[in-house]
Write a protein that binds this ligand. Structure first.
Ligand SMILES: Cc1ncc(C[n+]2csc(CCOP(=O)(O)OP(=O)(O)O)c2C)c(N)n1
Ligand SMILES: [Mg+2]
Length: 420
């Protein structure tokens, strides 16, 4: 084990035989290197909250994703199947997902959150980065990677399942919202700001939008209020006029604060507003069905959001098939409407610079720098069994975006990625 005192008592015999898992929240901002150093020393899987995702997911070979309703099995299992759980800068509120068996140490700068959501064997009040720096020299190194490998294998397996929703979907009607989210992820700038509505957009963003270390992924985390994405995007775009800002709204959320859409036009903000139009308050409809109730009062009668956007002077495109998503997203995300009765989506943006893209190499060139940076930043994910080398990354790119590279172009891309 790595800590003296309470955690040493009543635990496993040898300290270094203990399985440790880290779970990181937004308090890990600025502590990426220190968290990874601790994970490396202890061969510990690193899970994260949704708020921790943007700070911890990237360039992290110990990453096992999120737990909770939006998360996957890997982090949940790693947190339950350990001897010591180290909570870092998190006030993760969903205590049903917190284990009760392992010893728990918690580091947080806010003393009031220590032990608030779970058992607490050792509480350390302090900045995560500084505390881990002080802790690192005291760690007893662990070599056994079994605990870590198990969690990484589970994650790779689950990622493959998630990929089933975004691969080979070119003929799928209704359109998969997962495919829209994965495409956004692939084409968005390396430092894009994503804002995501409470509802199913949370799920798509949690699972398909990947942190690069420079992106922001912002939701209504504390309040879980609907309709947050558009106003948050307005604020982000005003603050960062030169940054790509993408809001992912539900149709319910978008309609709820529709007046704010005029603000985009008023101030000519180039927000890319993406509306996932499923004609329903989808998440609540799902919750009712999952609880065994017939869904009630959750269907929505929507306008054509793309036409509505055009009416206020903003380009709007309605997208209903995967082929359109490909075209639309590569087209620097102008305004889109993607609609289907059950899983339809609307993608919208105010960006007037809408070059026609053909899905050919020439188009790719315009996007390869930001998007391939994003892809290479995700190399650990690709290396965890999904793809073995950069040729596989190119293949993923081809499949998810519908490009068809010649051998020469593929080599060029691999060479380019190697140089990033
Ligand atoms: C202000 C507010 N009202 C109600 C809720 C409960 N709620 C959570 S998600 C949701 C449905 C959101 O619908 P939509 O924006 O269309 O997104 P979808 O789940 O369909 O993708 C509702 C009603 C909430 N979180 N906030
Ligand atoms: Mg909806």
């Amino acid at each position: 084990m790595f800590l003296p005192g309470k955690l040493g008592a009543g635990g496993a015999k040898g300290n270094s035989s203990r399985r440790v898992t880290l779970f990181c929240g937004s308090g890990c901002k600025g502590a990426h290197a220190e968290v990874l150093a601790v994970a490396a020393a202890l061969q510990a899987p690193v899970g994260h909250t949704f708020r921790g995702k943007e700070w911890m997911e990237h360039d992290n070979p110990y990453d096992v994703g999120m737990t909770g309703l939006l998360g996957l099995r890997a982090a949940y299992q790693a947190m339950h199947a350990c001897d010591v759980l180290l909570l870092l800068g998190t006030d993760f509120p969903y205590d049903a997902f917190m284990p009760v068996q392992p010893h728990i140490a918690q580091v947080d700068i806010r003393p009031e959150v220590l032990g608030r959501r779970s058992r607490l064997d050792l509480g350390l009040c302090g900045d995560v980065r500084e505390t881990l720096r002080a802790l690192l020299p005291r760690l007893e190194l662990r070599e056994d990677r079994t605990h870590l490998e198990r969690a990484l294998d589970t994650l790779a397996h689950e990622r493959r399942s998630l990929d089933a929703h975004v691969r080979d979907v070119s003929s799928h009607r209704p359109l998969h919202p997962e495919f829209v989210a994965a495409t956004l992820d692939a084409v968005a700038a390396e430092d894009a700001v994503f804002t995501v509505d409470t509802g199913m957009c949370n799920v798509w963003a949690a699972r398909y939008i990947r942190g690069t270390g420079h992106r922001r992924i912002i939701g209504s985390f504390n309040h879980s209020s609907m309709a947050n994405a558009l106003p948050q995007a307005i604020g982000a775009q005003l603050l960062h006029p030169d940054r790509q800002v993408i809001s992912m709204s539900g149709d319910g959320g978008f309609a709820m604060l529709l007046g704010d859409f005029l603000t985009l036009a008023q101030y000519e903000l180039p927000v890319k507003a993406v509306v996932f139009d499923n004609g329903a308050l989808g998440m609540v409809k799902l919750e009712m069905q999952a609880s065994g109730y017939p869904d009630w009062q959750t269907d929505l009668v929507n306008p054509d959001f793309a036409k509505l956007a055009e009416a206020v002077g903003v380009m709007g495109v309605r997208v209903e098939s995967p082929g359109d998503v490909r075209w639309a997203s590569v087209d620097n995300l102008p305004i889109y409407t993607v609609r289907n009765k059950t899983t339809g989506d609307v993608i919208t943006t105010t960006d007037p610079g809408k070059a026609n893209r053909t899905g050919k190499w020439a188009d790719m060139n315009r996007f390869k720098v930001p998007s391939l940076r994003g892809l290479t930043a995700r190399a650990p994910y690709f290396h965890n069994g999904v793809a073995k080398d950069l040729h596989d990354v190119v293949k993923f790119y081809e499949e998810s975006l519908g490009f068809d590279f010649t051998d020469e172009e593929e080599e060029d891309l691999v060479h380019f990625m190697n140089a990033l």
